[in-house]
Design a protein around this ligand. Structure first.
Ligand SMILES: NC(=O)C1=CN([C@@H]2O[C@H](COP(=O)(O)OP(=O)(O)OC[C@H]3O[C@@H](n4cnc5c(N)ncnc54)[C@H](OP(=O)(O)O)[C@@H]3O)[C@@H](O)[C@H]2O)C=CC1
Ligand SMILES: O=C1CO[C@H](CO)[C@@H](O)[C@@H]1O
Length: 346
């Protein structure tokens, strides 16, 4: 029965927004009732693909519609704060893509507003819902590796997409490239090492392939220290091919090694494996459900609808979203000053 489904409005119908639309339309507990795009061309595409949804080029018009319960925001990062603030002010729940904001001031004001309006604010760090990255978390929580001490998250991939009007290659609109993809890995590292302490400081370095655009950094590496001595290495290159991501987490008793490969990030045909060492033997942990950002996005839509309907926990809260921005901005500052930078804790 459609009446029992959570009504989603979607703002942003670009490369990733279209996947959000598809995930909402597929979900058993959600329905897509309204879409806001910016250009007439994107609005026309939305109308054609979702003829039953209300479509507008003015997102404020979408927010004025009473039937919309939750709004999914998938616009370029520099617009997150403006649009998210309007969503919460309109009394709607919010699913906001990463990065939560491009400054901590933006994140703090959204956290405060969501509390004031008593609305859910979920940030789109969907890797937390993965059958494989999530299984590694479960094993760490169950004590399989003992006390976690070290975490490496590494990615090599092809260059970023331009984004509508090239926003992703404009430093004033993207924020920076650490907020684009390494932000997922800072979030994962913090999540995996949660029992070891809180992130404290970061030392980072980066460089660019484009001499005339040193601010767009293709290669990025960081060492993040936590209270209590555990540390994480987050490292990425955009100068490579396909999409290959690895995480290695070691502790006082054992180790985990998770890896994911695909022709690109958005494939439904990846290869992946999780291997585990308990101090004695190495085993391969079966992962039955496919993993990849398209699958996790579908689960994210369901999870947020479930949180609204049944009060279940969100996989990634506004505070988690703020933490990942804080880690990225500390890394940015570290690159600027050439020394370790403290992570701002609210
Ligand atoms: N969690 C994850 O794994 C991922 C997260 N993202 C995040 O999602 C966001 C969008 O990325 P992506 O889809 O790749 O970017 P795109 O540039 O492909 O799409 C952005 C869309 O936003 C639309 N837009 C811009 N301004 C407005 C507005 N005022 N009202 C309504 N729509 C507007 C654009 O409209 P128009 O088409 O008309 O120009 C465009 O369609 C980014 O924040 C990115 O970081 C992206 C990929 C994966
Ligand atoms: O996960 C992701 C895949 O790549 C995109 C860039 O092309 C990022 O925006 C995104 O966070």
């Amino acid at each position: 029965m459609d009446d029992n489904k959570v009504a989603y409005g979607l703002i942003g119908f670009g490369a990733w927004g279209k996947h959000h639309a598809d995930a909402i339309a597929k979900a058993d507990n959600a329905k897509l009732v309204a879409i806001a795009a910016r250009s007439d061309a994107s609005a026309a595409a939305a109308r054609e693909m979702y003829p039953d949804a209300f479509v507008t080029t003015d997102y404020r018009e979408l927010l004025s519609r009473g039937e919309v319960t939750v709004v999914d925001v998938v616009v370029p990062s520099y617009l997150h704060h403006e649009v998210a603030t309007a969503v919460l002010s309109a009394g709607k729940h919010l699913l906001l893509e990463k990065p939560m904001g491009v400054s901590l001031g933006e994140c703090d004001s959204m956290i405060d507003l969501a509390k004031e309006r008593d609305r859910l604010l979920c940030v789109g760090h969907e890797l937390r819902l993965s059958s494989m990255w999530g299984k590694a978390k479960e094993m760490i929580e169950d004590g399989f590796i003992g006390t976690p001490q070290y975490c490496l998250v590494e990615l090599s991939r092809n260059p970023y997409r331009q984004g509508a009007d090239g926003w992703r290659y404009d430093i004033h609109r993207v924020g920076n490239w650490i907020l684009e993809e390494p932000i997922h890995f800072f979030d994962l590292a913090r999540w995996y090492l949660a029992s070891a302490g809180e992130p404290k400081s970061v030392y980072a370095t980066a460089n660019s392939r484009q001499p005339d655009h040193p601010e767009l950094q293709d290669n990025f590496s960081a060492i993040m220290h936590l209270d209590g001595g555990a540390y994480a290495v987050v490292t990425q290159t955009l100068s490579a091919f396909e999409h290959h991501q690895t995480a290695k987490i070691t502790g006082t008793k054992g180790a985990l090694w998770a890896s994911w490969s695909g022709a690109m990030d958005r494939t439904r045909h990846p290869t992946f494996s999780l291997r585990a060492f308990d101090g004695n033997e190495v085993t391969t942990i079966p992962i039955e459900k496919p993993t990849g950002e398209l699958f996790e996005l579908e689960d994210q839509i369901v999870r947020v609808a479930d949180a609204i309907q049944n009060g279940t926990a969100l996989h990634c809260t506004a505070e988690d979203g703020r933490w990942s921005v804080a880690m990225c901005l500390a890394a940015t500052e570290s690159i600027r000053i050439g020394a370790a930078a403290e992570i701002d804790r609210r």
